[in-house]
Structures are given as structure tokens and as C-alpha cells.
Design a protein around this ligand. Sequence first.
Ligand SMILES: [Zn+2]
Length: 346
Amino acid sequence: MEIYFKRDDKDEEFYRKYLADRLPEHIIDAHIHINLKEHVKEVTDETIRKDWALQCGYVLPIETAQKYGRILYPEQHVDFLALPFPLKEADMKANNEYVSQGFIAKNGHALMSVRPEWSPEYVEKVFVEGGFSGFKPYVSFAKNAVEEDIRIFDYMPHSHLEIADRLHTAVLIHLPRSERLADDDNIRDIQTIVGMYPNIKLVLAHMGRCFNLCYFEEGIRKLGDTVKNLYFDTTAVINPQVYKAAFQILKPEQIIFGTDQPILLWHGKREWTERTYINLCREDFLWNQHQYPDKEDEYTLFLYEQLKAILDAIDEIGGSMTIKEQVFSKNAIRVYNLNRYAQDGD
Ligand SMILES: [Zn+2]
């Protein structure tokens, strides 16, 4: 088993103080990556060296994720919307199959990763037969070698969007380009998708990759009316300013909880400048510069900081347990049609 973290006494203390009684009983983590080591054996050391997120972890078998769920949330019941780990060098066909046979077939729900070069016939067959709940294209599958020029349609072509539209399903998009949600081409492409494919439920991962407030505010302003047709997942965002703005601007129905496991299973937090951030972390990773070694003992799990930031933002708008239930499970059930996770009243 991959051991990514050790939950210590301070984590237990933090959980009891800020989370245990404030979280709803049922949680759906609607963005975790599930795979086996054999699916990523072609991923090179160079790829990992260049990517801080991959250094944190890029293998997470289903049983391990379920065990982590019980450790992280002792007082809650956690379900997952599982995603394959979409890496350029990974065996995506085998990873989709593992997710489908190892998780969906055992009463789970999951998204299918799609490479742009796959034929529409193949994509639809695997999607329908595998029982998937939506599509997870990924930016690194784009053919365009120049990262700064990548457009959404380079990795989620119209031929695949047409399938999603016809099947009335969800598409979870990780936006390209350094300006993220605020990028003019991204805005145009999002508006095109919303206009052309009204049956697609379009979810933007990482709040549109808005880890800083400026991208969120600028992006929302540029999107105009289109905003009301979108959903946002909270994955990897812990910035209280972003959550505060999100709960003021968006409807609670548009926000879906997710964590990006196994990437952020370490102790730490973030520090922000206007347009960027640094991760502060206790565990040793190549990227970790240990900015404040004296404070590292005090860090709790990044995921707990994220949960606290979401709960604080909901409290700030005077939000009730009903809103928490929407964000932490019911929105995911509705948007991704996760009928097996629905409980009484969902
Ligand atoms: Zn992810």
C-alpha cells in the first residue's frame, strides 16, 4: 500500500475543533484519481522532476483511497467520484478499464478519461459499456506542443463533446493557459461549449484553476451571463479569498467538493502573492524548500485546511447545513447523476 500521510495527534485535534461537527454526515469527494502502478510505469523520472504535483504521488488504488477516507473523516461517510490519473505517458485505456471494473462495477461512480485522438465510436462504446458518469479530458493530452497556445478543443474535440451532449452527461475541464479562467481564449471556448452543447454539464476543475482571487474575479466578470451555466469543483483550492468570493458570486448549487487525492496528502498550507502561490509543507519533496522549518510541526493536513476554508466561507454567508450538504454531496449527485450515492432526501 502507498503510504502518503500519517494522521497525527495535531490532525485529530484540528479535525475535532474545526471539522467533525461542522461537516455533513455524507461527503462525496468528487475529484480523486484512482489507478495502479502498472498504469503509470511509462511515466519518466524527467516528467516527475518537472511537476511538483506528481512528486506528491501519482498512484492510488481504490482500496487505499477507501481506507484513507475512513482515516481522514472518522465521523463521516465518504463516497468518491473516481477519475483515472490522466498523464500523457499513462496507459489510459487500462486505467479506464480498472476504474470501470474495479470501482463502477462495485457500486461506485467514476469519470472516463479521453484522449483527443480516440475515435468517437470507441469513446462512446467504452463510456456506455463502462457505466461512466462523465468525461475527464486533460490538458497534457493536447497535440499542441506549445503549452501556452493550447486551447480546450485541442484536448476535448467537438467529436467528443457531441457525444457528451447527446448523452446529457458532465465534462470536467482542467483549463489550459497561464491566465486560467481569466484568459480571453478560454472564455471564448467555454462560451462556445455552453452555446453549442446545451445538454453538457460543464464543470471547471480547481474553481477554473483559480488558486488566487484575481483570476476568479476577472474570469467571472468576463464570462458574464455564461457563469450561470457552469459548475466549479473545489479541488486543490484552499484560498479563503477565493471561497469567500465564490460563495458570494455563485449559487451554492454550482460548487462541488473535491480534493485531487493522492496529490495533496501532506501537512501544510499555502502563502499567496497577487498572482501566484507557494506550498508550505512538512514532508520532504524535491520541490519543498522548507521556508519556515520551525513552524512545520504546527501544520495540519492540507486537506483539512481546505475543508476549514470552505466551511468558514459558507458560515460567512450565513449558510446552513443545507448549503453544506449541497456542496459536499448533493450537487455532485445531481450534476454527475450519482444515483447510487443518493440517500434519503437527496
Ligand atoms: Zn485532478
